[in-house]
Ligand binder design. Structure first.
Ligand SMILES: [Zn+2]
Ligand SMILES: [Zn+2]
Length: 256
């Protein structure tokens, strides 16, 4: 059998700023038609990091998020509100597309995201406890922006490596992380430990949704999700640094 690299994917990488997850594991395909088949079934355009007005620093209504997703063709989102879970459940009822209920939980060591959650998880408890709480309800554990200079983990490398067996996913691109090499570190870490990567807009306003997404095959639930994610391709686009002013403004307005 003659194997050829997926040249179309390489071409797209150069032209469209697409970071192919498949490229990390150096997947080779044996014919162009197989390449086409691999691409054809990537029917989801997913954003794995979206905040709603139930977050303390976002004013995005569920309806505005849905409208924006429909406008830009995003048909799968994870709601990952800060230390809040109500918005995720409401969005699951309301949205006409796939919603993964999640929460971005603050711990003394940095933030952890639980995906496929059923219940709210309180913040400000040790990271190990949050991870255990996510697992206890059948969720998946993800580390958002783990090496972000401003919002990264506060763990020494050794402790992070000790925790890695309990982590399911690394967020390898966050549109609100301004420094490129922070994402490169996340990507290298995911690759080193064989973990699948997600990407997300980290949108706190609806207009941030749509430029960063993962194109991936459909999945039925938590169990088929990881396999589908491993075949995903990340389309990345960094948000303007001014989006952080919007977050500050939202926080101030909500605290009045
Ligand atoms: Zn965060
Ligand atoms: Zn976030």
């Amino acid at each position: 059998m003659i194997y050829e690299p997926d040249r179309r994917r390489v071409f797209l990488n150069r032209k469209s700023n697409i970071l192919s997850l498949a490229g990390w594991t150096d997947i080779l395909v044996n014919s162009v038609s197989q390449t086409e088949r691999l691409r054809m079934d990537k029917t989801l355009r997913a954003d794995f990091h979206v905040h709603t007005r139930f977050s303390m620093d976002s004013m995005s209504s569920l309806e505005d998020i849905i409208d924006r997703c429909e406008e830009v063709g995003v048909n799968c989102i994870a709601i990952t509100d800060h230390n809040a879970f109500e918005g995720a459940l409401k969005m699951q009822e309301l949205a006409p597309f796939k919603v993964i209920p999640g929460e971005e939980v603050l711990t003394p060591n940095g933030e952890v995201i639980g995906y496929f959650l059923k219940e709210y998880i309180p913040s400000k408890q040790p990271m190990e406890k949050v991870i255990a709480a996510i697992k206890a309800q059948g969720g998946l554990v993800a580390l958002p922006h783990p090496f972000d200079t401003f919002r990264g983990l506060h763990l020494d490398g050794k402790k992070l490596e000790d925790l890695v067996s309990q982590i399911d996913i690394i967020e390898v691109f966050n549109a609100r992380s301004p420094i490129p090499w922070d994402s490169t570190r996340a990507r290298d870490f995911a690759k080193k430990f064989g973990l699948p990567g997600t990407a997300g807009s980290d949108a706190h306003s609806p207009r941030e949704i749509g430029k960063t997404y993962v194109e991936m095959p459909a999945f039925d639930g938590r169990d088929s999700f990881l396999a589908a994610l491993r075949r995903g391709e990340i389309h990345r686009c960094r948000s303007s640094p001014f989006v952080h002013f919007y977050t500050m403004f939202s926080k101030m307005k909500k605290s009045l």
